[in-house]
Design a binder for this molecule. Sequence first.
Ligand code: SF4
Length: 350
Amino acid sequence: MEKKPDLLSMTKDELREYAVSIGEAPYRGDQIFSFFAKGARFREMTTLSKALREKLESLAECRMPSVVTKRRSKDGTTVKYLLSLIDGECVEAVLMRHDYGTSLCISSQVGCLMGCKFCASTIAGKVRDLLPSEMLGQVAAASRDSGERVDKLVMMGIGEPLDNYDNTVKFLRLLNDSEGIGLGLRNVSLSTCGIVPGIRRLADEGLPVTLSVSLHAYCDETRRAIMPIAKKYTLDELLAACRYYFDRTGRRVSFEYTLISGKNDSPEDAKGLSALLREKMGVPSHVNLIPLNRVDGTGMEPTGREGAERFAALLNSLGQNATVRKSMGADIDAACGQLRRSLQNGKTEV
Ligand code: SF4
């Protein structure tokens, strides 16, 4: 059977061309584009005629995800969505309310190939990449459900965005279109476990997104023990790519560092980290310290809050800018991949 066109993955120009190809006026493409930004499906595009809506239903595909379930943290600051895709696969998105506005963390793949030892998303491997429509749809669906505009987007949910490069870049361009969701790319952070060629390629795209690199260790040996990607690219290669990103985009790179008790949280680790970034980056960068979210079966324990604050203080005293990330939504399995995993294990009441 011929595959139906995925309209939500199309740019405005592509949608205009598509409208013409099915015998409609080009401006119909613009109308469909702005309806998608509101999370609408074909049947809800009420300014289109009923006949056109039916035509779209039969000829094309709308990959807008549906909300399967959502969990709200007790303090009301965090809502975690489990979203189902057209083929029944599920991904997660987390909406967080901060003083500065609303941020949304989305997924870029169903599962993940990268195998980071502390992460729930990778336990069953990667099922498939998400299409641009399925990333854009997470933003539109969460925004519609919550009634809130997303001010900041973080690509830090399930999956490795640079392992799904073309779809991710197309999604970012769609997200930025002022007649669609219209989110400024300076308000987007893209997190990677350190795919060096992807970082270099992204640096040359002309997209001013903040690059957020998962470091988690200051030496290759420790990093290899917790992140298989470190066997492919050394820290030297990774930080050279990060420096290239800074030079090309002028954007300060942010480094994620998950604190794991007894593995990477000693004063020597903090000193090594600050020396590494000073030597290899040589420009201001920020370290985000993340208290580990416990995942069953990994045997890894989080560093306590006090230990994390001490680690941050030591980094700052050594001239390396660092903060401890506020752990939001711990009561709702808000860490990457945990809600989807609970569903797979039959623990989630839907
Ligand atoms: S931390 Fe990110 S890159 Fe690593 S396995 Fe989890 S989802 Fe994949």
